[in-house]
Design a binder for this molecule. Structure first.
Ligand SMILES: Nc1ncnc2c1ncn2[C@@H]1O[C@H](COP(=O)(O)OP(=O)(O)O)[C@@H](O)[C@H]1O
Ligand SMILES: [Mg+2]
Length: 238
């Protein structure tokens, strides 16, 4: 397995897109210790769409943060597209994230000063694409998510569902092997949530992107190929 973060992409990714072994996370709280995750093992292969469910405070966001390399585990290891996160420099980790991973959150986290296209172009500029090519790609994806008529709108001029579509486009534009989504439709009304879910399912099916999705929505989780439950620090299949 290559440990070069630049030498892995959707095309040549091994079938294991994400794996973690014996992953644990504890937070120190004053004199005490809070064990949030205890020995999590997980393997996702290319094209899978997997739901993670669990009660509030069960550690779902903590798990996603560890899998995305946004936080370090207390114990255990994570590999994304065959690359072990442990031991990577912050720069290598950023490169790996930029090239192989997309993130979608409950709140869109778009940059307010920038238009929809500019927000979506950003990851491609970081990848070093020529501005013209990056813009063409961003526009094509925004059209695909139904926002062809909203390209130059800033987030404040978009509806909640439209903002979340821009956020999805931004997460997918670099054609990552893996998308981690933390309650991506938790902040949307039922109808808008449904259309955003349809979009994610369609993009999973047509592009083969692997999704790991934290959701409280039973309909959405049942549309995923696997449902995992996080309870008392452990992950079990439903
Ligand atoms: N940075 C932190 N420091 C201390 N405790 C934390 C931190 N982040 C999360 N926790 C605690 O870890 C537990 C799991 O949190 P979280 O992963 O956000 O759960 P979920 O996303 O399932 O609601 C909660 O009890 C929370 O209070
Ligand atoms: Mg959470």
């Amino acid at each position: 397995m290559s440990n070069d973060p630049m030498n892995s992409s959707v095309e040549n990714a091994p079938s294991s897109v994400l794996s973690c072994v014996d992953l644990s996370k504890s937070y120190t709280e004053g004199a005490g210790k809070l064990d949030v995750l205890s020995g999590i093992n997980l393997e996702l292969v290319r094209g899978e769409m997997v739901a993670v469910i669990g009660s509030s405070g069960s550690g779902k966001s903590t798990l996603l943060n560890l899998l995305g390399g946004l936080d370090a585990p207390s114990e255990g290891s994570v590999a994304v597209a065959g690359v072990a996160l442990k031991g990577l420099s912050e720069k290598q980790l950023c490169q790996l994230r930029n090239k192989n991973m997309g993130f979608i959150y409950q709140f869109h986290h778009l940059l307010p000063e920038f238009t929809a296209v500019e927000n979506v172009v950003m990851p491609l500029m970081i990848q070093g694409l020529k501005p013209k090519d990056a813009k063409a790609k961003a526009i094509a994806l925004l059209e695909r998510v139904g926002l062809g008529a909203r390209l130059t709108h800033k987030p404040s001029a978009l509806s909640g569902g439209e903002r979340q579509r821009v956020a999805i486009a931004r997460a997918l534009v670099g054609e990552p092997a893996l998308v981690l989504a933390d309650e991506p439709t938790g902040n949307l009304d039922e109808r808008t949530a449904q259309s955003v879910q349809d979009l994610m399912v369609e993009l999973n099916e047509s592009l083969g992107i692997t999704f790991l999705i934290v959701t409280h929505d039973g309909d959405f989780s049942s549309r995923c190929q696997r449902q995992l439950v996080l309870h008392e620090g452990r992950l079990a299949s439903l």
